[in-house]
Design a protein around this ligand. Structure first.
Ligand code: GTP
Ligand code: SPV
Ligand code: MN
Length: 582
């Protein structure tokens, strides 16, 4: 037996002694295993069957009504030094955190099966990929991990070869919000999650491993683990540029990753290729460019708002082999959510639909589906080398002030633009929705260490020989006086991406302003676009007075990190403040 397998066995024994399961099941990822688990979940009520004629092998999961989203206030980064976690994280001393959560784990799997899930984040043969093992008592977690990661025998073989893996321990516990914690020990490559079955809290390969733990490792090893989609844009000449974009939770990554070009673009031969919709791991290659992989194998996407009009690629992959969580149902037992045609019969809690109870689907209802079912899945998506990134895009949900798009002057300015990102909160995390907050690089809930160190790490990529991507900022969510979105969004976002790609090639015009380069209306392709010229002008204008306040508030935000904040970012902020005032 290899020493890593022995270490894995010892840890599994140790967990079993603590949690006292009735049986232990090592997951191999096979079809037979999946069929057995589905039977078990149908029998136990974890899954409900959907209409087999319209949705073969699709199932509905209804969570506990108090367990529908990530819980940022119960999520901790437990480093030896408090400062290493930073003011952007909740912190607890490691010994205290272990004691507290092990107290909850003690005996919690009695009478239940404990599943051991070896998984690989990233293509199984990629040098950029990393492995982990999640132990859980939830078969729903196993079924989701099977779609979202490369789970089973091949991952276990890689772990035996490599020796290191991230240890994740999860139990749904009593599903009591008072007895719920998501704890990370980056120095021990360990995650412990108790009391929630929801995606980001329970599928430990995703946010816990591939962002919080991986961002810590990435800083030490010279790479980046980011909350970004990866998309390939193929122009009529057949050249493909890959873009990575960081938008906060429920702010449009899945939709941009799968966009369908407007009709005129399609006729001209533009194509869009999906590489990833949520997480991006990237590192400098020998050529100085940043090369990126998607560590995931599936999509855990927001259901509400997804429709044939907004995201036809997503609709095309959701009619078979998918898991739906907290959606409503039609009378003929098809999944239903707000934005789809037809009417719901049942809401997400299984009650007869009554608008007085709110929407039929929970606003954070989700689908889980294999990426291979996506019609726009890129032929390069599983390339072990990854894809080279031409542009990095930051963006938030901002009803006012922030223009449709602007380009950062250089890398340092781009890092400030990412650090300064603001966005209105969404239903992806529990708490108030629509509250404007700073969400640096869309990583506020996910960076496993001090943001000041994280920004310094980003700045460090600007070094001799680097061929860094250009950095842009977008806002699809600007609203007009009538409270409606000014920009049509979705497929029309390609018009903005085309401008970016032409900027990268030095072929598109722009006007230089204190906040960066803005396109003029004539710099965007508006052929066939249904938008009043006044609306476009508003989307591309700079509100100097508003930006003076914004840059001051950005300055206060940087100050809040104290002396660890890199001086280069403060200098950049001062430079912009002076330019706006001047
Ligand atoms: P996470 O999975 O939580 O990280 O979210 P995400 O960034 O992948 O968000 P997603 O693409 O699922 O979009 C969330 C919501 O925003 C959905 O209801 C979409 O319909 C809506 N949305 C996405 N793109 C646009 C856009 O360009 N304009 C407008 N108005 N809404 C959009
Ligand atoms: C997000 O909230 O950013 C998600 C969903 O992508 S979860 O994986 O649950 O965090
Ligand atoms: Mn996300």
């Amino acid at each position: 037996m290899s020493s890593s397998l022995a270490a894995l066995n010892r840890w599994v024994d140790e967990v079993a002694r603590l949690t006292r399961p009735a049986s232990i099941h090592w997951c191999d990822g096979s079809e037979a295993e999946h069929a057995m688990l589905v039977e078990r979940m149908l029998a136990g009520g974890d899954l409900l069957p959907l209409n087999p004629d319209t949705h073969p092998r699709c199932y509905l999961h209804r969570s506990h009504p108090s367990d529908v989203a990530r819980v940022e206030h119960l999520t901790f980064v437990c480093t030896r030094e408090r400062e290493d976690a930073g003011p952007n994280n909740h912190w607890m001393a490691p010994a205290e955190a272990h004691a507290k959560i092990d107290g909850l784990f003690a005996g919690c799997m009695q009478g239940r099966t404990m599943y051991v899930i070896p998984y690989c984040m990233g293509p199984i043969d990629s040098p950029l990929s990393r492995c982990g093992v999640e132990i859980t008592d939830s078969p729903y977690v196993v079924a989701n991990m099977r779609i979202m990661t490369r789970m089973g025998a091949a991952a276990q073989a890689r772990i035996e070869r490599e020796g290191t893996f991230v240890k994740g321990l999860h139990s749904i516990g009593e599903l009591d919000p008072e007895r719920r914690f998501i704890m990370h020990f980056p120095e021990e490559l360990t995650i412990k999650s108790y009391g929630s079955g929801y995606g980001g809290n329970a599928l430990l390969g995703k946010k816990c491993h591939a962002l919080r733990i991986a961002s810590w490792q990435a800083r030490q090893e010279g790479w980046l683990a980011e909350h970004m989609l990866i998309v390939g844009i193929e122009n009529p000449e057949g050249q493909t540029h890959y873009l990575a974009a960081a938008f906060p939770s429920a702010c449009g990554k899945t939709n941009l990753a799968m966009l369908i070009p407007p009709e005129g673009y399609r006729k001209d031969g533009w194509k869009v290729w999906t590489v990833g919709d949520d997480i991006c791991w990237m590192q400098p290659g020998p050529d100085g460019r940043l090369w990126a992989i998607n560590p995931e194998a599936g999509f855990f996407g927001v259901a509400p708002g997804t429709s044939a009009a907004t995201n036809p690629n997503a609709m095309a992959m959701l009619d078979r082999d998918a898991i739906f969580t907290n959606v409503g149902l039609t009378a003929d037992n098809r999944p239903w959510w707000e934005g789809l045609p037809g009417t719901p019969a049942k809401d997400w809690q299984g009650r007869d639909y009554d608008p007085a109870n709110g929407p039929a689907a929970h606003p954070n209802a989700r689908f889980t589906v294999s990426a291979r079912q996506c019609p726009s899945w890129s032929p390069r998506a599983e390339d072990p080398q990854g894809v080279p990134i031409s542009a990095i895009v930051f963006g938030g949900r901002r009803a006012s002030l922030v223009p449709l798009v602007f380009q950062a002057r250089d890398w340092t300015h781009g890092v400030l633009v990412g650090a300064a990102m603001g966005s209105e909160t969404t239903a992806a995390a529990t708490g108030a929705v629509g509250v404007l907050r700073r969400d640096s690089m869309a990583m506020k809930p996910f960076c496993g260490y001090n943001f000041a160190d994280y920004f310094a790490h980003w700045l460090s990529f600007d070094r001799p020989g680097a061929k860094l991507p250009k950095i842009f900022h977008v806002n699809w969510f600007r609203k007009g006086a009538d409270g409606k979105f000014l920009w049509p969004g979705f497929g029309d976002n390609l018009r903005v991406l085309e401008w970016m790609i032409r900027r990268v090639g030095g072929q598109a015009g722009a006007v230089e302003t204190p906040i960066g380069y803005l396109p003029r209306p004539q710099d965007l392709n508006t052929d066939g676009l249904d938008l009043a010229p006044a609306a476009l002008a508003e989307l591309l204008s700079l509100d100097r007075e508003g930006w003076c306040e914004e840059i001051e508030s950005i300055g206060e935000y940087l100050e809040s990190f104290g002396a660890r904040m890199p001086a280069a970012l403060k200098a950049e902020q001062s430079r912009i403040a002076r330019a706006l005032a001047g």
